[in-house]
Design a protein around this ligand. Structure first.
Ligand code: FAD
Length: 289
């Protein structure tokens, strides 16, 4: 199918973008990489009358260090993160995750901001943002506000982003020397949306875990932290009985629904498998980064 007719406008500023979003309401959509939006138009799942292309807005570009943060603009493409030396050195969780985001052709156009704003429950970046405790910067064209990733993803495809706001960038706190990361997912084919995935961050001191942030995706309507598992693993060396208790606690943390490919029980089992893999990985510092 082809997309329904729509008007197209290349925005010149954030203020103009928000003004247009205010003026046109639900009839307008921001266009970033188009890798999700254009597919939904072609399938006639959405019929906006106006697409506002934000590709020319400089505030949404760039990967840079700003104080204690790594700032990544909303328009930074998946492939830019995958290939960034700065990201590999300072926030390797994202480098581990990037090759799993869709297929190469989509990574060449799709953007970090598009993925975060769309908030697919099986997408990699929202879970990474949660595990890495990112702060999201959004603008209404006049002023910016900041939202922690943990408060941003509200429900299925529903975020804290207001209708006239644009996601500008994500700021990730730079990890200290003890911080380790692990990313893993299971998908039917490499590059497909995950059945279940995990992004894990933890400090490791002499083989002992602390300050864990474990985010699962594909397990519910939003990415979600496994708080029970975090508690059970904190302060331990994750011996077998601790790991087993952490895996069992996932049943309290998450109650996934079945999807087209997997039963709820299969998802719960896979989540346990991924938790074990991720913990083992962070406890092997030489391979974890
Ligand atoms: P667009 O398609 O341009 O926009 C998506 C939505 O976000 C729209 O509603 C748009 O209005 C809004 N939006 C975009 N940018 C902003 C902004 N800065 N501020 C406010 N709103 C904004 N993704 C994964 O994570 N993992 C996968 O495995 C995966 N597999 C895919 C497989 C296929 C076959 C396809 C077609 C897509 C897949 N994707 C996957 C989605 C892909 O990563 C998209 O690139 C991404 O979700 C959206 O980014 P985009 O820049 O293309 O956004």
């Amino acid at each position: 199918m082809k997309a329904p007719a729509f008007s197209y406008l290349r925005a010149q500023s954030l203020a103009q973008t928000s003004a247009l979003l205010r003026e046109h309401g639900d009839a307008a959509r921001v266009l970033a990489g188009g890798q999700t939006l254009l597919a939904t138009l072609n399938m006639r799942l959405s019929k906006p009358q106006l697409l506002i292309d934000i590709a020319a807005l400089p505030e949404l570009r760039g990967i840079e260090l700003r104080g204690d943060f790594l700032r990544i603009g909303a328009l930074v493409r998946h492939v830019d993160i995958e290939c960034s030396e700065l990201v590999a050195q300072r926030l390797p969780l994202l480098s581990q995750a990037a090759p799993h985001v869709a297929h190469a052709a989509i990574r060449n156009r799709g953007t970090l901001g598009g993925s975060i704003a769309f908030a697919d429950p099986a997408a990699e970046w929202p879970a990474c943002a949660l595990a890495a405790d990112a702060e999201l910067i959004v603008s209404d064209g006049q002023r910016e506000r900041r939202v922690m990733a943990g408060d941003f993803f509200i429900d299925l495809y529903q975020t804290d982003l207001r209708a006239h706001e644009v996601l500008v960038a994500l700021e990730f706190p730079l990890p200290g020397p003890a911080r380790r990361f692990a990313f893993a997912e299971l998908a039917r084919r490499h590059g497909d949306y995950a059945i279940v995935g995990i992004a894990l961050a933890a400090d490791v001191h002499e083989g002992r875990l602390s300050d864990l942030r474990i985010a699962f995706f594909g397990m519910g309507n939003t990415p979600m932290r496994a708080l029970g598992a975090e508690t059970r693993l904190a302060g331990t060396q994750a011996d077998e009985s601790t790991l087993e208790a952490a895996v069992l606690s996932l049943d309290e943390d998450m109650q996934p629904d079945a999807d087209l490919h997997s039963s709820a029980a299969a998802k719960r089992h896979l989540a346990g498998v991924l938790l074990r893999r991720a913990v083992e990985r962070v406890l092997q510092p030489e391979t974890a980064q």
